[in-house]
Write a protein of this length. Structure first.
Length: 208
């Protein structure tokens, strides 16, 4: 069972529809017991980093997510959910994140020819093959964001060119993130979610 973590700042219903389409049994929940027992977790998110972290803390979910990561539960962060995986964000001052992948969330640089927020379809440039990236090099995915993950190259799996090369997909061990919305990214997004399905199934076999 995949748990889509519910903390009132995520695009949970669309994520659920996409998971249903790729055949991943799932449930939207904020119950710590269900989250701890899950085969995999998806952390969606839209909006401000600080408000999202505040909601996770209010629901007592920060330690629950961190504990799941330590026991090798596959976790996928989507859009703001990916940014929350980092050490923190500089949006409206510094806010501490979940600390599951090293990096900081920073505002996209201004460019006279490009708008912020970055909104629309961009090509993926795969830099590291994982179960999630193996078939998506050159595919287009849908972004909506004003901040990006400033990470070391060893955790970046795919980039997208905008005013800078944006880390579009990151990972470390069992932790994965997409800056874009796979649930809004048509065929490419479904391929990525299928890749996460493979990760979850492999983790379950290894755990048996």
């Amino acid at each position: 069972m995949i748990i889509i973590i519910d903390y009132d700042t995520g695009n949970t219903r669309n994520v659920q529809k996409a998971l249903n389409y790729v055949g991943l049994e799932n449930k939207i929940s904020a119950d710590p017991i269900e989250i701890q027992a899950a085969d995999g977790l998806i952390l969606p998110g839209v909006g401000a980093f600080s408000l999202a972290m505040e909601e996770l803390k209010k629901r007592g979910l920060v330690n629950v997510i961190q504990a799941a990561a330590k026991k090798d539960t596959p976790i996928l962060g989507v859009c703001l959910g990916m940014q929350l995986l980092l050490d923190g964000s500089l949006e409206n001052g510094f806010t501490e994140g979940l600390g599951l992948i090293e990096g900081l969330c920073e505002r996209l640089p201004d460019d006279p020819n490009l708008l912020v927020p970055h909104m629309g379809w961009n090509e993926l440039i795969v830099t590291h093959e994982t179960a999630l990236t193996k078939e998506v090099n050159g595919k287009y995915v849908y972004f909506v964001h004003s901040y990006y993950a400033d990470c070391e190259p060893d955790v970046i799996d795919a980039l997208a060119q905008y005013s800078i090369k944006i880390p579009a997909m990151i990972s470390k061990g069992n932790i994965y993130g997409t800056q874009f919305h796979p649930e809004k990214s048509s065929e490419a997004g479904l391929m990525i979610l299928n890749g996460f399905k493979e990760v979850v199934e492999h983790a379950n076999i290894a755990g048996d």
